[in-house]
Design a protein around this ligand. Structure first.
Ligand code: 8Y7
Length: 259
């Protein structure tokens, strides 16, 4: 899954893709580089980011979604707003990626009504508050229980199990230790639903390497390979070409394992 931010303040694309043309071209390049789906979002969820109005979010993402979908590229819309989700699905999106875990019933009903796939992500707190001293009794089981509970609500709304991806939400209300534990044990989440994860250029990589988001390609690709070997189904990444190249090699190696 390629990441396409159409936000003026997103941390690693820095507003360079504000224009529709540039965004669409970027999606086409991701497709050519091997992306199976492009995730298009207009609300920055970086820690401390301010909320965006529904009208603003619609005017940022919908023209891009419509154009990208019309070129035959599967589109996911990264949103927590039912109005944005519905409009995205009406214009051709096939998946809704909600960092707020489909806690709003209107989000679940909207996705079900369009036979869309969903990604239910875990976040502790809100983008504004999430990085202030997050604590867990038992990180893995607490997060998996939350994800299974939200996934059950999606099933009750009529979304089939295999269309519900779950995501422990690396970086969303987690310390460095929490993030590393989630990644190390990603297979803990693969038991009931397909799993999607996003680690690309995230701050846990910067905490290890000391590098700026733009220079986190090595750490991002290493993490992606680890997650693929742990059985994660979809990887949400900025650098599609490099990640696909690495995963092709991992796939050939894995096929030849003894056991
Ligand atoms: C994730 C995400 C972001 C993630 C899912 C960033 C929108 C921050 N991260 N969605 N979104 N999973 N499902 O660094 O990890 O891309 S935004």
């Amino acid at each position: 899954m390629g990441i396409l931010n159409v936000t003026p303040d997103s941390f690693s694309d820095g507003g360079r893709f504000l224009e529709k043309e540039k965004a669409v071209n970027r999606a086409l390049r991701m497709k050519e580089a091997g992306a199976a789906i492009v995730d298009i979002g207009g609300e920055s969820t970086r820690p401390g980011a301010s909320p965006v109005s529904e009208q603003e979010e619609i005017s940022r993402v919908i023209p891009v979604i419509e154009e990208v979908a019309s070129r035959g590229i599967p589109v996911s819309c990264d949103t927590s707003k039912p109005g944005v989700a519905r409009e995205a699905l009406r214009r051709g999106a096939v998946m809704i990626n909600d960092v707020r875990g489909f806690s709003d019933p209107e989000m679940r009903e909207g996705a079900a009504g369009y036979n869309a796939a969903v990604c239910v992500m875990h976040m502790k707190g809100t983008p504004r508050s999430m990085q202030s001293g997050p604590r867990y009794e038992n990180l893995l089981s607490e997060i998996r229980e939350y994800l299974h509970r939200q996934a059950s609500l999606c099933r009750e709304a009529g979304i089939p199990r295999e269309e519900i991806f779950i995501d422990p939400g690396v970086g969303f209300g987690k310390t460095l230790e929490h993030n590393l534990e989630l990644i190390a044990n990603a297979d803990f989440f693969t038991v009931r639903h397909p799993v999607l994860m996003g680690v690309s250029r995230k701050s846990f990589i910067g905490m290890i390497s000391g590098l700026h988001p733009r220079d986190r390609l090595g750490g991002s690709v290493a993490s992606a390979c680890w997650l693929a070997l742990k059985g994660v189904d979809i990887l949400r990444v900025h650098d599609v070409k490099e990640t696909v190249e690495a995963l092709k090699v991992i796939k050939e190696i894995r096929k030849r394992r003894n056991e």
